[in-house]
Design a protein around this ligand. Structure first.
Ligand code: SF4
Ligand code: SF4
Length: 416
């Protein structure tokens, strides 16, 4: 089966649970058909580097209390990455220490034309005026020392964050930067629904590319919507940069039943390699970012991404089987419709708490679950599960008939 047909199969299967129960329905599809008409249009990547070095989780110096970035190890990683023929580096104004570290490890050590640097503007963090947001760009230029930015992203659009870029007229400002040669390509990263993504593409055809959270585990997730947002990006024929292909490291250590599937298929391949190759194989993906944190992870990534030509049919089937195994794990069946949020007198972050708890159930990783809860609940101005007053209003409107009060009580005990 061709890759295009595989994608079509993946797109046509309905969500059967919060995580996909995706089954191969290959025999039902006529060879050569495409579900998304834009797949027929020519895909023109803006970068030739399929693997990108994500600089959010750089190695830290051991045995220090300062959480300082290990620049010497970062240099080794940069050297290995470039040596393997990859050239795309992704940092952000908002990643502590990252822009400084990449100046030292890369910009000051290699000719400028040998690499592409991406950084981002997070106008929704602490900016009261357009000038505050512009100052982030000036800081990025200074910290990186790069002279210009190859890929400049408006960072993390979606929900209430999108309006900062509109209110400060940053799209037009970024177009001016491009005209001056200070940025080469303009795009945005995004965390929200497929509908919102489509609205942004319609409003801003000047976006040349988009950065999305895609991974095999979130393909049918109601909150992340990997499949749906992928489909929208393909419809608008935007080159895709994939972030979180390993789901913040969770898919490097998936549930045991998923590990068993992968180990049976190839005992030598790392679990992270399945996750990264899955998205690298998708039509329209230009770069897959991997947030590597040490030289061993870099070597592992390079071992399968150098010369990567796509997955075999057998490998694609293995990933579908793994996803089916994941879907068997009983989760809170919340679809993130957020009807409950409209009636809750306490403004409890119900769906966010459920997503975080599902992460805990799947990966048994309390830190990651708490991190998700922090982002989806507290950072979105919602209250935590423990503050529920048990009025029951939410349960009367929940289409999934979830015993919300009971679940929140369990979450309060587990996540605090
Ligand atoms: S039971 Fe709790 S979560 Fe549900 S509406 Fe009342 S306060 Fe909100
Ligand atoms: S109403 Fe039910 S399904 Fe919808 S977000 Fe709330 S808990 Fe989830």
């Amino acid at each position: 089966m061709k890759r295009r047909d595989f994608i079509k199969n993946a797109l046509t299967v309905a969500a059967l649970s919060p995580l996909a129960k995706l089954s191969a329905q290959e025999s039902n599809n006529k060879k050569g058909e495409t579900m998304i008409s834009s797949e027929k249009s020519k895909f023109e990547p803006l970068s030739k580097s399929l693997l990108g070095f994500g600089l959010m989780r750089l190695p830290r110096v051991k045995d220090t209390k300062t959480d300082e970035i290990d620049v010497e190890q970062t240099k080794q990683m940069v050297d290995a990455f470039l040596e393997a023929g990859f050239t795309y580096f992704d940092t952000a104004w908002a990643y502590p220490g990252s822009e400084d570290a990449i100046r030292q490890a890369l910009v000051e050590r290699y000719p400028r034309e040998k690499f592409q640097l991406a950084t981002k503007n997070a106008a929704w963090i602490g900016c009261k005026t357009k000038e505050d947001a512009i100052a982030q760009f000036e800081t990025s230029l200074k910290r990186t020392g790069a002279g210009y930015i190859d890929f400049y992203l408006l960072h993390n659009l979606g929900e209430s964050r999108t309006k900062f870029f509109e209110d400060f007229d940053l799209w037009n400002w970024a177009k001016e930067l491009k005209a001056k040669g200070l940025i080469k390509h303009l795009g945005f990263s995004f965390h929200s629904t497929a509908e919102e993504l489509e609205e942004i593409f319609k409003a801003h055809p000047e976006a040349e590319f988009v950065q999305l959270q895609l991974n095999y585990a979130d393909w049918e997730s109601p909150s992340i919507q990997s499949r749906k947002i992928y489909e929208v990006a393909r419809k608008y024929n935007k080159p895709i940069i994939v972030m979180e292909p390993v789901k913040g490291g969770l898919l490097a250590n998936p549930p045991q039943s998923v590990k068993d599937v992968f180990q049976k298929a190839d005992p030598k391949a790392s679990f992270a390699s399945w996750a990264i190759r899955y998205v690298a194989d998708l039509e329209g993906v230009m770069v897959v970012l991997s947030g590597m944190s040490n030289i061993e992870q870099m070597k592992d990534n390079l071992s399968y991404m150098k010369g990567f030509k796509g997955l075999t049919d057998e490998q694609r089937k293995t990933i579908m089987t793994a996803r089916q195994e994941m879907a068997k794990i009983p989760l809170i069946p919340c679809t993130t419709c957020n009807y409950c949020a409209k009636v809750c007198p306490m403004d409890i972050g119900i769906s966010g708490s459920f997503t975080a708890m599902n992460i805990y159930t799947l990966y048994n990783n309390l830190d990651q679950a708490k991190h998700q809860e922090g982002w989806l609940v507290s950072m979105h101005g919602k209250k935590k599960a423990a503050e529920c007053v048990k009025c029951g209003a939410c349960e009367r409107v929940c289409p999934q008939h979830i015993k919300i009060r009971e679940e929140l009580e369990k979450i309060a005990k587990t996540l605090g």
